[in-house]
Ligand binder design. Structure first.
Ligand code: S5P
Length: 477
């Protein structure tokens, strides 16, 4: 085996840290991390891929750490560690395995790609370890395929419980440096001001994992109450909705999918005290008219709920402008909340927002769907979240099956809810309020047939209100 990949002079940990700083892979300032935590230091090791020499140095240092370990293959955790593992594999003639993020929906449905035999030992390669979850997930997939994992190697150990969590699962973590190492190298090299050294030292101390903690407090952010979130919302509609939820103690949206306006109005009047919002499909009403809209608005004032028209706009910007403001339904005249698919790209949001200008209307993006076999998954969901985060003046949240964003201003609303899990004859899948709110971190349950299909819709709405709110209280505690 070659001693190291071609490199003029072998890097040391110190020289690598200085190189990483010079390419902005480590930055100092004011950053909001994905978890919502404010941090004076930010690592973006992905930029390494644009610096081949740095990649080679990283691969050589990682190899140096594990050369005495016993393993048959390497598996890099996507994405940054994948090319690093490739460099290590190629220069030391050690085969690689790749763990897919999701099993293929066709063919072999394999989660692990590459050749292996049961009982082989695989070394996991990662760029950063915080709590250790991503290494553990990779290890679990490998183990499920019969591969043994005894060690993992990482460039940066953030000292937030990773080694402890992995050790508890019989995996030894080898690391090149910690946050404190970065700090001491960069401060000795005069790359940080004394004030910044103080700030980062304090941050590291406060966010360091203490063995008696299950998960470091910084990794597990506090769950905010609806009222606390209302105060963090810049959009008037999400603020109003969260305040109603707190006041009326309900996270229940009634999906009033009946076809006669009188029936709908009666249903809403009966269930009004138990809901924070009513969801309509105006185009399924046989007798939609202005008088219906007027009466629905009166009920929304009487019972204090918002009106959500579930039109699911899904066309180019120019077309949705007319669909939203015109036609028979003139939705922009009466809806507080609307929703859109992101299939057309961000233009659909821009078109709708043009109409909503100057009106109090918030838009939900359909990031996930409840129906079996739907295509709103993976990258599609991620891009939808990004579009939402980029349009805070109009987008107030998602239709989704679980929490997708840690931004407290974005609301997560989940349809496909019944008191028992199951499926209807046309592919609708149901989860319970407890599963949706407590386990999956959603904020709101959307219930249709579970209420209007019940013999006593008022009592059913009351039961969903209690189940949804209790699940929220359980999440808070
Ligand atoms: O993915 C989705 C998105 C929506 S908005 N799945 C859904 O079921 N919905 C809507 O929620 C659907 O159009 C219907 O109005 C409601 C669910 O009704 P239920 O009778 O199955 O509770």
């Amino acid at each position: 085996m070659a001693a190291s990949i071609m490199s003029c002079s072998p890097a040391t940990t110190e020289s690598l840290i200085i190189q990483l700083h010079s390419i902005d892979a480590v930055k100092f300032g004011d950053f909001t991390l994905k978890s919502g935590i404010q941090s004076p230091v930010y690592f973006d090791l992905r930029v390494m891929i644009s610096h081949p020499k740095v990649m080679v140095d990283v691969a050589n240092l990682l190899w140096g750490k594990i050369s005495s370990c016993n393993f048959k293959s390497l598996c890099g955790v996507p994405y940054t560690a994948l090319p690093i593992a490739t460099l290590m594999s190629a220069s030391h003639d050690v085969p690689m395995l790749i763990r897919r993020k999701e099993a293929k929906g066709y063919g072999t449905k394999k989660l692990i790609e590459g050749t292996f035999s049961e009982g082989d030992v695989c070394m996991i390669v990662e760029d950063v370890v915080s709590s250790g979850s991503s290494v553990l997930e990779t290890a679990e997939s490998l183990q499920a395929a019969g591969i043994r994992v005894t060690d993992a190697v990482v460039l940066l150990n953030r000292e937030q419980g990773g080694p402890e969590k992995l050790a508890a699962n019989n995996i030894k973590l080898h690391s090149i440096f910690t946050m404190n190492d970065v700090l001491s190298v960069l401060s000795s090299a005069g790359k940080m001001s004394p004030e910044m050294v103080d700030r980062v030292t304090k941050y590291i101390a406060e966010n360091k994992f203490k063995p008696d903690q299950q998960v470091p407090s910084a990794v597990k952010p506090k769950v905010l109450t609806y009222a606390e979130r209302a105060s963090q919302c810049t959009h008037s509609v999400s603020r109003r909705l969260l305040k109603i939820m707190e006041q009326k103690k309900t996270n229940l949206v009634l999906s009033a999918d009946v076809t006669k306006s009188k029936e709908l109005l009666d249903l809403v009047d009966k269930t009004g005290p138990h809901i924070c919002m009513v969801k309509t499909h105006a185009d399924t009403l046989d007798d939609f008219c202005d008088d219906f809209v007027e009466k629905l608005k009166q009920l929304s004032n009487k019972h204090n709920f918002l009106i959500f028209e579930d039109r699911k706009f899904a066309d180019i910007g120019n077309t949705v402008v007319h669909q939203f403001s015109g036609g028979v339904h003139r939705i922009s005249d009466w809806a507080d909340v609307i929703n859109a698919h992101t299939v057309p790209g961000a233009g659909v949001v821009q078109g709708l927002q043009k109409v909503a200008q100057g009106k109090d209307i918030g838009c939900l993006l359909i990031a996930e769907m409840s129906s079996a076999g739907n295509l709103a998954t993976g990258d599609y969901t991620q891009v939808t979240v990004k579009i939402a985060e980029e349009n805070p003046d109009f987008v107030i949240g998602f239709i989704c099956l679980s929490k997708l964003s840690s931004n407290p201003a974005l609301l997560h609303m989940t349809p496909g809810v019944q008191l028992k899990e199951g499926q209807d004859a046309l592919g609708q899948r149901y989860l319970t309020p407890q599963e949706v709110i407590s386990n999956r971190g959603s904020d709101i349950i959307i219930v249709g047939r579970g209420i209007y299909g019940a013999s006593d819709p008022t009592e059913a709405a009351r039961q969903f209100q209690i189940a949804g709110y209790d699940a929220y209280l359980a999440r808070l505690s």
